[in-house]
Design a binder for this molecule. Structure first.
Ligand SMILES: *Cc1c(COP(=O)(O)O)cnc(C)c1O
Length: 386
């Protein structure tokens, strides 16, 4: 039987029950379940604000838009970011008319504080930190660097639903954190996300921006009077980025099982670590104070592409997260500036990790990987140099 990278688990009957409520009520859009999900997310994470959106990509764009407008950031102002991410993180910077400046990664495959420090200029406005695979890497050092230099700390928390850092949910000390509940993330819906600003003013701004710039305060005032529902104001050019009640209905159910499921993800990761110890395979460490969601289990191997092809031939289908974004034409201006990310890009593999896997499945993957790597390179190592 083939072993796939991701197989999302849905609590089908409970999801259908929640969706049925929306359909029977005749309310599938924004409001109703989206508000319930926002309240549930705030209570689960302890974050001060939460606004439910159509995706994390939309959320990252909005995060930058809200700050750009509030602080008067100019075109080509710089955002320091990682090349080792899904392109959404960096596209969002371009959507907002800002300039991505790539810094290198560390042994956690997250942004390296020293490299970030080296990239700071008078035009730097923020750092975009990606908690790769649910790992927090050197999160605190980057956060402190941001405070020291008056930069906004933006957390792309697409992989961090349920990640705790020193016992607190990821994002509590970020200026904004953006989560993804996309179809194969560790809190899967179909497409949705959550944006959590530290400041209430920014939360109020994003609620307007995510709904075409419509001022909902005016809306609710007039709606409360029963008449003049069309009498809202439009203050600014916004976007159609808000979430809907069908996605929120699914998210509410999935959230109930998140901790339990992340615990099993960490168990799978621990089995992998045990089975792969001391071999020619580089294990990506998790920060000591981080209880990772374990969205991913990544290793570094020699001759990665051949290794992947051989695993596929054995019915094992891992993934790659991610290719160094500066390898893409759109970001080619950053090529050659982040050697560790470039090296990782050519040696990382995300091993299959999902809730239907057993200890035996982990053993099967590990055994095949060890076998392939030892044949390919009896002495080489996938570990990236510091
Ligand atoms: C999935 C992902 C995104 C985008 O999330 P969507 O909800 O699909 O828009 C952004 N950043 C990272 C690191 C991701 O993995």
């Amino acid at each position: 039987m083939a072993i796939q990278l991701f197989v999302p688990r849905f609590h089908v009957d409970e999801c259908l029950e929640q969706i049925r409520e929306c359909l029977e009520k005749g309310w599938t859009g924004m409001g109703f379940k989206t508000l319930e999900m926002e309240a549930a997310w705030k209570s689960y994470t302890g974050l001060a604000n939460a606004h439910f959106l159509s995706s994390n990509t939309a959320g990252l764009h909005l995060a930058l838009e809200v700050f750009r407008r509030r602080f008067g950031w100019r075109e080509e102002d710089e955002i320091i970011t990682t090349p080792l991410t899904f392109v959404s993180s960096n596209h969002a910077i371009l959507y907002a008319g800002l300039k991505p400046v790539f810094a290198d990664v560390d042994e956690y495959l997250c942004l390296d504080p020293q490299s970030v420090r080296d990239r700071i200029t008078p035009r730097t406005r923020a750092v975009m930190f990606v908690g790769l695979g649910g790992n927090s890497g050197q999160y605190e050092a980057i956060r402190d660097l941001c405070r020291e230099h008056g930069l906004k700390f933006i957390l792309d928390a697409a992989h961090m639903s349920g990640t705790r850092i020193d016992g607190r949910h990821a994002g509590h000390d970020a200026d904004v954190s953006v989560f993804s509940f996309q179809a194969v993330k560790n809190l899967p819906t179909a497409d949705s996300g959550m944006i959590c600003f530290a400041e209430e003013e920014d939360d109020a701004a994003v609620r307007k921006l995510s709904w075409l710039g419509i001022n909902k305060d005016t809306f609710s005032r007039t709606a409360a009077q029963g008449d003049y529902k069309w009498m809202y104001d439009v203050e600014t050019l916004g976007y159609k980025y808000h979430g809907n009640s069908i996605m929120a209905a699914i998210a509410l159910v999935q959230l109930k099982y998140l901790d339990e499921e992340n615990t099993y993800r960490r168990q799978l990761a621990a089995w992998y670590e045990e089975a792969l110890q001391g071999r020619d395979i580089g294990l990506v460490p998790v920060a000591a104070n981080c209880q990772s969601s374990r969205h991913l289990f990544q290793v570094l191997v020699p001759r990665r592409n051949e290794t992947l092809a051989q695993l596929n031939a054995r019915q094992i289908f891992p993934g790659v997260h991610y290719r160094d974004n500066t390898e893409y034409s759109l970001y080619a201006s950053g090529a050659g500036t982040c050697p560790r990310a470039a090296q990782a890009s050519n040696s990382i593999i995300s091993l299959p990790l999902h809730l239907s896997m057993t200890r035996e499945d982990v053993g099967t993957v590990a055994e095949n990987l060890r076998d392939i790597v030892s044949q390919a390179s009896p002495t080489g190592t996938g570990r990236i140099s510091a």
